[in-house]
Design a protein around this ligand. Structure first.
Ligand SMILES: [Zn+2]
Length: 377
């Protein structure tokens, strides 16, 4: 029951971002029923695949469908010694969890990321093979927010009592998604259009990883679980964790230094704003076109005018947008004000180029340090 209501409220993303016209309600509804259908289909395919899996029995092929590294080479069991020879399987929905896991686990675990490179996380739907890899893994890490609303139903349908799950939103103190002055407010629009969206339940902000302090808490949570389920390698995980937490501290110090020495304190995003935890952490002010996970693709003239006005009155040298963003709001603001457009990475996911260039949470956030410096000076 509750679930149905949530489904109805589900915000739908990437498609809308690419196909502009906001035929809002009908489209949302169509997309929602498509989503339900997909889930039902997935459940069906899942049960068939699980059956097949059972029939194939103990073949124990490496999971992860796509990646499939180190396939357990035939008779390796003997060589691996203690029945514990297999590497831990970690499956993650979004990039930060994937990156934190591999930083801690090194080669002791096989870590896979369900989101293909370049895919907008909010529009992602798991494939049957993704569901199989969740079913077969040891640790499944997900956000627990809007970018992976499908997770609850999948977890409820799985039959793996050994599966450890880590929900990123359980690792930190949460704050609600914020609608501030000048921002498009979907909820208000929905309410005035008389839709069921009027259910004013406060939406908690899911973008917990955008604060390096939170990244530390999440890293520690992952580390604790790994140590618990794989005590033989606990010492290794602990050493890796200490070193990685140190690097996150350095990142945090860099942001603090930029903010402390900056001449300005305000950011303008001609875009969605998934950085609530980040600005809270460093005491920054901001204005943006849409809240964190908004599916809106078009800003009203008033919103754009408001942001242009802010850039002008505060004489801001930079207007920001996020990665994988393809509406031109930031560019419009830049044209009107002469400000420069720069990308502030929200690290939901990485592009293929970034993946190939071995991008990490740290490398992307360090690029953000430079952008922040330009934006605040
Ligand atoms: Zn998001």
């Amino acid at each position: 029951m509750n679930r149905t209501i949530r489904q109805g409220n589900t915000k739908v993303h990437a498609q809308e971002l690419t196909q502009a016209p906001p035929m809002a309600l009908t489209k949302e509804l169509a997309k929602t029923s498509k989503r339900i259908l997909t889930l039902a289909l997935n459940a069906l395919v899942l049960s068939m695949l699980l059956l097949m899996g059972l029939m194939l029995g103990a073949c124990g092929g490496p999971q992860g469908g796509s990646g499939g590294a180190g396939s357990g080479t035939g008779g390796a069991e003997a060589g691996n010694g203690a029945g514990n020879g297999e590497r831990i399987q970690i499956v993650t929905t979004i990039f930060p969890a994937y990156d934190f896991s591999r930083q801690i686990a090194g080669d002791k675990a096989e870590v896979s990321l369900l989101l293909p490179p370049g895919v907008e996380s909010h529009s992602f739907e798991p494939t049957p093979s993704d569901i199989i890899s969740i079913q077969n893994c040891d640790v499944f890490i997900y956000v627990g927010g809007e970018s992976d609303v499908w997770v609850d139903e999948i977890l409820a349908s799985l039959d793996n009592s050994d599966l450890q799950t880590i929900r990123l939103m359980d690792c930190v103190s949460l704050v609600p998604e914020e609608v501030i002055e000048g921002m498009e407010d979907e909820e208000e629009e929905a309410a005035s259009e008389g839709s069921a969206g009027a259910e004013e339940e406060e939406e908690l902000d899911e973008h917990v990883w955008t604060s390096p302090r939170n990244a530390k808490l999440i890293t520690q949570a992952i580390s604790d679980v790994l140590c618990e389920i794989d005590p033989g390698n606990a010492e290794f995980y602990e050493t890796q964790t200490v070193s990685y937490l140190g690097q996150l501290d350095e990142l945090d110090a860099q942001f603090r230094d930029v903010v402390a020495t900056a001449t300005r304190n305000t950011l303008v995003f001609g875009d969605r704003f998934p950085f609530r935890y980040f600005v809270d952490e460093y005491g920054l002010d901001y204005y943006a076109a849409f809240p964190g996970c908004s599916s809106d693709s078009e800003a009203s003239p008033q919103t754009v005018a408001f942001l242009i006005d802010k850039v002008k009155s505060e004489q801001l040298p930079v207007v920001l947008k996020i990665e994988l963003s393809n509406h031109g709001i930031a560019d419009t603001i830049a044209q009107e004000t002469g400000a420069q457009v720069l990308i502030f990475h929200s690290v939901h996911n990485v592009s293929l180029d970034e993946m190939n260039a071995q991008a990490t949470y740290l490398s992307l956030m360090e690029a953000n340090v430079q952008v922040l410096r330009e934006a605040l000076n």
